[in-house]
Write a protein that binds this ligand. Structure first.
Ligand SMILES: [Zn+2]
Ligand SMILES: [Zn+2]
Length: 418
């Protein structure tokens, strides 16, 4: 079982697909689930898949993996490194890499599916495995829900997912009760100027200079406007303008990501971005107000504290007490929040992916290992995949036990505790 999961991991890593284009990836997972005896439905919300195994009365528990990879050129030097190129939504050729570790999540869920199918006496209820497309573009969870995920299939009593990272050692998992991550907003800003000859700036209004001033002014939102202690990140992740050194272009485009963990701070930061961007354009005499587009937004992922408390015990028994850590909230985004927003208590936990020796060395030297989305992100798959499967099986067996009513009561009792 494990060697088949590992082989699937290598295959998926070598053959990544971009968000919303996970056709081969979804087909590979669907055929594995079918072979294991699951009822499989494909093309749920695009390339999404749902695999269900009913095993008597009991709760319904959903376990989710993402399917998509990123437009990143892999530089890990691994023997199974991706060399895949694909077209991005704008039609540009881009390299593709599983730089977020979703390949590991998929290999794990298939291993877990095999163990659960082969040990039906150890649990009862309905197991619902989903392969969700387009997590990286924050479109896939919503797409599946809009396509009737919780009407066409049973609505789960609990939703579970994990995510690999390089912040902890392979072999460990991290649990964050309560707020796990941040609100995330993606913006595209187009600043308009007036094009002209690079040698005759007096005939033009230079959008590159406006963009440069805007980028610097945006840095004052977190340093000067947000209350110290409140969390906020404003990152300009790309700037695109111009074609040639002696031409002043007529517009410049910026791509931003904004992270916050409180609703009022989110509102404050987004409105400051609008105010500053408009004012900088006006100060430069721009012919048009900038266009500010809100491309995507996700709410933070909230880990039900009752579930976290209950499942911590199950994970400690399965992995050993020393391997279950309490983890800090992180500034990342995740559309898993769309599932929990449907009123389903969620448990989203972290899976260590770092080579323990490399992590210890980096920590001693005050360095960070390459993070998710880095061209160098290479989780220590062999132990991490084992741990992922063991952890998922432990969590599922714990939840798929007793009745749905008992499970709901157990969660509510802790929620209502003072
Ligand atoms: Zn990612
Ligand atoms: Zn991810």
């Amino acid at each position: 079982m494990y060697s088949r999961s590992y082989a699937l991991y290598v295959d998926l890593h070598e053959n990544p697909e971009l968000s919303s284009h996970e056709m081969q990836t979804a087909a590979k997972l669907a055929s594995r689930f079918l072979d294991l005896g699951y009822d499989v439905t494909e093309h749920v919300g695009g390339t999404g898949i749902v695999a269900i195994m009913k095993n008597g009365a009991g709760p319904t528990v959903m376990l989710r993996t993402e399917l998509d990879a990123l437009p990143v050129e892999e530089k890990t030097g691994l023997p199974y490194a991706s060399k895949v190129q694909a077209k991005d939504p704008a039609g540009h050729d881009v390299p593709v890499m599983h730089a977020c570790g979703h390949d590991l999540h998929m290999a794990a869920i298939v291993g877990t599916a095999a163990i659960m199918a082969g040990s039906k006496n150890s649990w009862h209820g309905t197991l619902m495995l989903i392969g969700q497309p387009a997590e990286e573009t924050i479109a896939g969870a919503k797409g599946m829900i809009d396509d009737g995920l919780f009407q066409r299939f049973p609505k789960p009593d609990v939703a579970v997912a994990l995510h690999v990272d390089n912040l902890r050692a392979a072999g460990d998992v991290g649990i964050t009760p309560g707020v796990y991550n941040t609100n995330a907003d993606g913006l595209r800003i187009t600043i308009y100027g007036k094009g002209g000859h690079g040698a005759m700036p007096q005939t033009a209004i230079d959008p590159i200079v406006i963009a440069a001033r805007t980028i610097l002014a945006l840095q004052t939102i977190t340093s000067r406007e947000v209350k110290p202690g409140d969390m906020a990140v404003v990152t300009v992740g790309y700037i695109q303008a111009g074609t040639k050194n002696n031409i002043i272009p007529d517009h410049a485009e910026l791509g931003l990501t904004v992270r916050t963990n409180k609703a009022d701070v989110r509102k404050q930061v987004l409105s400051a971005i609008t105010r500053i961007t408009k004012a900088e354009a006006e100060a430069a005499g721009a012919p048009r107000e900038p266009l500010i587009e809100h491309l995507e937004g996700t709410d933070l992922v909230y880990n039900d504290p009752a579930l976290a408390q209950r499942l911590r015990g199950a994970l400690e028994v399965s992995l050993g007490k020393d391997h279950v850590k309490t983890a800090e909230p992180i500034a990342a985004s995740e559309d898993f929040s769309f599932f929990t927003a449907q009123g389903i208590p969620g448990f989203y936990f972290s899976l260590g992916g770092a080579d323990p020796e490399k992590l210890a060395q980096a920590t001693a030297e005050g360095r960070m290992l390459p993070s998710n989305h880095s061209p160098l992100f290479a989780p220590d798959a062999d132990p991490a995949l084992h741990t992922a499967i063991a952890a998922e099986v432990a969590v599922l067996r714990n939840l798929l036990n007793g009745s749905a009513e008992e499970l709901r009561k157990n969660i509510a009792a802790v929620q209502n505790a003072p």
